[in-house]
Design a protein around this ligand. Structure first.
Ligand code: PFF
Length: 455
């Protein structure tokens, strides 16, 4: 049975698939905005330190859980803990969380599809700047189109997963990731050469040390976790497809580096244009679906064709980035269903499509007919996002790192980290990595958790 499991082709394939999961909406709308709000370059420095000291050890822990157990995220904990009831229960969370996230993530993906279509029709260029942000509200609150787009986007992503690990996920990431970098570079060049773009560059580069509060650290770590797809079973699942001989330090560091690089490029692709158009950079969907189209509308007055092309490239980039991330979320549930109930990949994909399609439908409708349905003042969409990214993700990441640092024997972890003593450098830095996994990362996650809730 174990031998039949698929594997990624090689180091590059692993990095591209994992980077595909990591690089997503988190990089494009959240990172640029957070940098500006929390001290510019000062935030970037904190972010890099948080990634190196905390997220990277958690990332390694998740890859090790996956590769060592050689099974899906749910059974990984059970297998490695010799079926301890607590860890069996934990494993279940690793299936539940990504499935919930996939549901609302694909709703945003659907919006991007609609915006790509709008770009093809030069909708932003043709709409006066002051009316362009209204297009978003009108679209998401309508009942049918967002729903159809959500299902189209989900179906396309599930379709890639149905192709399998090697000929679906790996093949898709190998093409889409390089294309994604090219697309963002194209937008970056357009953005920084606009008149007035300098203010946006300064917004990102100016280090404002006075902004560095405990909250900034908590935000930087939370963002880094989300961006690296931690605490959601995705990296555990992808880790289980990594060859036993692969150097997991190299693949993990390669993933973290690409993710960071892309986030920074996205910042320079978006903020200068937003400033050049004189818009306030807002957070969340507002930034990419309202402020950025405003830029296209404004710039479109002089250069309609170029504006139209850049807007299409921009939404295409978002679609590609979101798709590779959604794929990794769906794969978690698919691998679980296949290994648990023995059903085929195709059938497992259909089940996931059914679940995420239905939950996503509720999320999509929560901007329109279901907007009155709220829990603690949050709509269904906001509630799912809030619970997953502020609570469940942190709990899950903490459990994964505690599992590796405190439950697995040190010798097993060392064996995994060095790929059975194949890599001398890994062996040398193991004591440091062990210390980070055992002490630094768990304590830091607990601190973020309390900072988020108490401060
Ligand atoms: N890392 C993705 C992003 O930055 O948008 C989001 C994500 C994908 C989170 C997959 C979790 C995950 F398992």
């Amino acid at each position: 049975m174990a031998d039949k499991r698929e594997k990624f082709g090689g180091r590059l394939a692993v990095i591209l698939a994992m980077a595909g999961s990591a690089i997503g909406l988190g990089n494009i709308w959240r990172f640029p905005y957070m940098v500006g709000e929390h001290g510019g370059a000062a935030f970037v420095i904190v972010y890099v330190i948080a990634t190196l000291l905390i997220s990277l050890p958690v990332f390694l822990a998740e890859v090790m859980i996956g590769r060592r157990s050689h099974t899906n995220a749910r059974d990984a904990f059970a297998r490695l803990s010799r079926h301890h009831p607590f860890w069996k229960g934990v494993g279940f969370l690793t299936i539940l969380i990504p499935t919930l996230i996939a549901s609302y993530y694909s709703v945003i993906g659907g919006w991007s599809v609609e915006y790509l279509i709008k770009s093809f029709g030069f909708a932003f260029v043709r709409t006066p700047p002051e009316e362009v942000s209204g297009l978003f509200g009108a679209f998401v609150s309508s009942t049918w189109m967002p729903l159809v787009m959500h299902l189209v986007f989900l179906a396309a992503s599930v379709g890639v997963v149905a192709g399998g690990v090697k000929s679906g996920i790996e093949k898709f990431s190998k093409v889409s990731l390089p294309v994604l970098f090219l697309l963002i570079l194209f937008i970056l060049v357009y953005s920084v050469t606009l008149p007035g773009a300098g203010a946006g560059v300064r917004y990102l580069l100016h280090p404002d040390w006075s902004q560095l509060t405990p909250r900034t650290f908590a935000y930087a770590m939370g963002q880094s976790f989300f961006s690296l797809s931690l605490g959601m079973g995705a990296i555990i699942t992808y880790g289980s497809y990594v060859n036993k001989k692969e150097n997991i330090l190299a693949t993990s560091a390669g993933t973290a580096l690409s993710d960071l690089l892309f986030a920074i490029l996205a910042g320079f692709a978006i903020m200068p244009a937003v400033f050049a158009a004189g818009v306030e950079p807002g957070a969340g969907p507002g930034l990419i679906f309202q402020s950025v189209p405003y830029v296209f509308s404004k710039m479109g007055a002089d250069l309609p064709l170029l504006s139209g092309i850049v807007s299409a490239v921009f939404f295409l980039a978002i679609i590609v980035a979101a798709m590779t991330s959604l794929i990794s979320l769906v794969e978690v549930g698919v691998s679980f269903l296949m290994e648990r109930s023995g059903i085929s990949r195709g059938k497992a994909c259909l089940v996931l499509f059914g679940i995420c399609g239905t939950l996503g439908t509720l999320c999509s409708l929560s901007f329109g007919p279901l907007s009155g349905v709220t829990v603690a003042g949050m709509t269904i969409f906001d509630l799912l996002d809030w619970i997953c990214s502020n609570v469940l993700l942190l709990v899950m990441a903490l459990l994964a790192v505690v599992f590796v640092g405190w439950i697995l024997p040190r010798s097993v972890v060392r064996d995994e980290f060095t790929s059975r003593e194949m890599y001398a450098f890994n062996d040398r830095i193991f004591p440091l990595v062990w210390f980070l996994i055992k002490w630094v990362a768990p304590v830091a996650v607990v601190i973020i958790f309390f900072t988020n809730f108490i401060l």
